[in-house]
Write a protein of this length. Structure first.
Length: 110
């Protein structure tokens, strides 16, 4: 089961890396960032194929998208100086709490 969650973490990392490269690619006009983001997205989906064989897809997608959203928002704040309102910050922490709750009961569902 630990290997499954490591694949999920890898998929989240790849998805976040690809998404962070979207503004850098400047509408796909910059070759290296565009190719890099495509590779990251392909790797993310490839890693997800191993995870969905072991965990319910609802759990996988909730975890992947929730932690991806949270991480991208934080990195967008750090690297691109994008501001977050206090309501957005509360919402992001609620997403993390939701992911924790969903995964706490994942073994009972599978």
């Amino acid at each position: 089961m630990i290997k499954t969650y490591l694949f999920l973490v890898g998929a989240i990392f790849c998805e976040v890396a690809g998404t962070m490269l979207l503004p850098v690619s400047q509408n796909f006009t910059k070759f290296v960032p565009t190719v890099s983001l495509a590779i990251f997205y392909l790797c993310a989906f490839y890693l997800l194929t191993f995870v969905v064989n072991k965990l319910p897809i609802a759990i996988v997608y909730a975890t992947w998208s929730g932690l991806g959203i949270f991480t991208i928002a934080i990195l967008g704040y750090i690297f691109f100086r994008q501001t977050l309102s206090w309501q957005a910050i509360v919402g992001l922490f609620l997403i993390v709490v939701g992911v924790i709750l969903v995964n706490s009961f994942a073994t009972k569902l599978s």
